[in-house]
Design a protein around this ligand. Structure first.
Ligand code: SF4
Length: 355
């Protein structure tokens, strides 16, 4: 058997940078038995350990060999806040000092949803979103995306597994498709986090070619499209960058043709901005835009943040908007906002942690 220490001369590799297959192949190449790779993967992805010493069914020398060849650590928590409603917000400091936020949302029926970031900052410039103000700092690597899950889950008791993942934190996930796909693969792999693909949702502001690529790829996750407007004039105003690239007619035509997994639908997210996109004429246009698309509409009360030019639509108007859609037999929900008091709600994420 070749000892793992033969890798010592090269720089230590982050074991989380390896896909499950690459890790298993590397272990085999080094002459270790296959079950060793299974053990190591299980320690990382099922028992959420953050160092090799905790892998107690490996011999001392094997653990030593691993720590000489690889690094393994969870993300560094730079700040943490807990909301009155149980929502927790984590500010993680990455190795290069960039900061990202991850939010754990607790809801009824024992659902624990982790809202994960895919970029530090964001490629896009949605005008109702605090993250946009930072601009893009960089794409996250697959290991930084998956490590948000590992780090948060490791802090929770065993009786509180994270049940759902949404890639709706900082960043446009489909602008970082390769890393997002790899992270999602590890989320749904039986040897990985073994979440059902139905419990993993990737959100996009509407990058049309990447939407097709995602759904033609190996991860049958849910797709959520951040729509937010019913005319190009409004969408150009509130989501200028993406709507110039893929205007509404192009986006909706693409949604009609997407290869959705069987019995799945697209969720259209619609942030309600007072006097901008919340009239009953908007609701009526929405029924036309979404006709022929298996979908659900999720109305999101706008979460105000300091400096935002927009106001939230009053609850009564949201209800009237929802009723209009219901009358047209469109499945429509209103998202319950969580974590508003700690700026952890939708569109409120930033690397400048509010204290
Ligand atoms: S809403 Fe999403 S895509 Fe738009 S700027 Fe914010 S993080 Fe980026």
């Amino acid at each position: 058997m070749v000892p793992l220490t033969t890798l010592k001369n090269t720089e230590k590799q982050n074991i989380l940078a390896l896909s499950l297959e690459d890790l298993a192949a590397l272990i085999r190449k080094l002459g270790w038995k296959k079950y060793r790779a299974d053990q190591i993967i299980a320690w990382i992805y099922k028992r959420f350990v953050s160092n090799f010493e905790q892998m107690t069914d490996l011999s001392r020398s094997d653990r030593q060999g691993l720590s000489e060849a690889f690094t393994l650590s969870h993300l560094k928590i730079a700040a943490h806040q807990k909301s009155e409603d149980g929502t927790e917000k984590f500010l993680f400091a990455l190795e290069d000092g960039k900061k990202i936020e991850t939010v754990l949302i607790r809801s009824e029926k024992k659902r624990r949803t982790l809202c994960i970031s895919s970029q530090a900052g964001c490629t896009l410039d949605c005008r109702f979103c605090l993250t946009a103000e930072e601009g893009l700092k960089r794409n996250l690597r697959a290991e930084e995306i998956i490590n948000q899950f590992l780090t948060v889950q490791a802090r929770l008791p065993e009786s509180e597994p994270i049940t759902n993942v949404v890639l709706m934190g900082m960043g446009e996930p489909l602008a970082n498709l390769k890393a997002v796909t790899e992270a999602c693969l590890r989320m749904i792999a039986p040897a990985g986090l073994s979440l059902s693909a139905r419990r993993v949702t990737v959100s996009t502001a509407g990058l049309v070619p990447q939407m097709k690529k995602l759904l033609q790829g190996p991860v049958p996750v849910n797709l959520s499209v951040s729509l937010n407007a019913t005319t190009n004039a409004i969408r150009n105003k509130i989501m200028p960058k993406v709507n110039r690239l893929y205007p509404l007619e192009v986006l909706m035509q693409a949604c009609k043709q997407l290869p959705l997994p069987v019995r799945r639908s697209i969720t259209f997210e619609y942030v309600m901005l007072e006097g901008i996109n919340d009239s009953l004429e908007d609701a009526e246009r929405l029924t036309h835009l979404t006709r022929g698309i298996p979908c659900k509409i999720n109305l999101i009360p706008f979460n105000h943040y300091p400096g935002s030019p927009y106001q939230a639509t009053p609850d009564a108007q949201i209800l009237a908007f929802q009723n209009h859609l219901h009358r047209q037999r469109i499945r429509t929900t209103v998202r319950k906002s969580k974590g508003r008091d700690i700026l952890a709600a939708c569109g409120q994420l930033t690397s400048q942690f509010a204290q």
